[in-house]
Design a protein around this ligand. Sequence first.
Ligand code: FES
Length: 104
Amino acid sequence: MPVLRVINRDGVEQEVNAPVSGVLMEPLRDMDDGVTAICGGMCSCATCHVYVDEAWQAKLPAPMSDETDMLKDLVSYKPNSRLSCQVQLSAALDGLRVTIAPEE
Ligand code: FES
C-alpha cells in the first residue's frame, strides 16, 4: 500500500494511506481537508488540483491534452500542477508528495 505525503491548504504535511489501484484523487477526497473533486473524476471541474513535488514530476506519466487544457485555465496553475483524478495509483507511488492547490 503506497503511503502518500500530502500537504494541506494550511501547510500541514500528513501521511495518507492509498490503495494500489484507482486514482490519486480518491484518497485525497477522503481526507477531512482534502480535495472536493466535484465532477467525480471526469476531468471537468479541476477541484482535485494538486502540485506534485519536483522530485516526483518525472516519475508520473505526462498529462493528456484534456488535463493540460483544464490546468492552464486555472489562476493557480504551476508547471507541476496535476489533476489528481488523472493520476493512476500504483505501488511505485509510495512516498509521492503532493500539495493540495488553493480553491478557485
Ligand atoms: S475531480 Fe473533477 S477534474 Fe478531477
